[in-house]
Design a protein around this ligand. Structure first.
Ligand SMILES: [Zn+2]
Length: 124
């Protein structure tokens, strides 16, 4: 499968000779793009090859997703959670690019509660 980064630089035939030309994980993971639909998920694309291990599945899907972020010049959407006790990384898919926590229900809620308690403590 050609890499999303550049079909001329990362075609499977050239990749074996020029592996250093592309450093995205999708170039080393076996991939076979195909559509899928289930009762719980609408039509979507899988990039891992049938029979792939979980590691190959993750490498292919994450590699393609990362390649799209890089190709579409969306690097500023790659973030590290702003909670001091969390090091999760995430892709900010918010419309106004304002997401700062990996998960609003966990880190976001914990930090907002801490800020609220600090404001109340300062006020008293
Ligand atoms: Zn977090």
């Amino acid at each position: 499968m050609p890499c999303a980064r550049s079909s001329t630089r990362c075609s499977p035939r050239r990749t074996s000779r020029r592996r250093s030309a592309c450093s995205t994980p999708c170039c080393s993971a076996p991939a076979s793009p195909r559509t899928s639909r289930s009762t719980t998920h609408p039509l979507h694309v899988h990039y891992f090859a049938p029979g792939s291990s979980v590691a190959e599945h993750l490498a292919a899907d994450c590699g393609v997703a990362l390649a799209h972020v890089l190709v579409e010049n969306e690097r500023d959407r790659l973030r590290t959670c702003a909670a001091p006790d969390c090091s999760h990384v995430f892709v900010d898919e918010s419309r106004n690019r304002s997401r700062v926590y990996c998960d609003s229900r966990t880190c976001g809620n914990r930090m907002h509660v801490a800020a609220y308690r600090a404001r109340r403590r300062d006020a008293s």
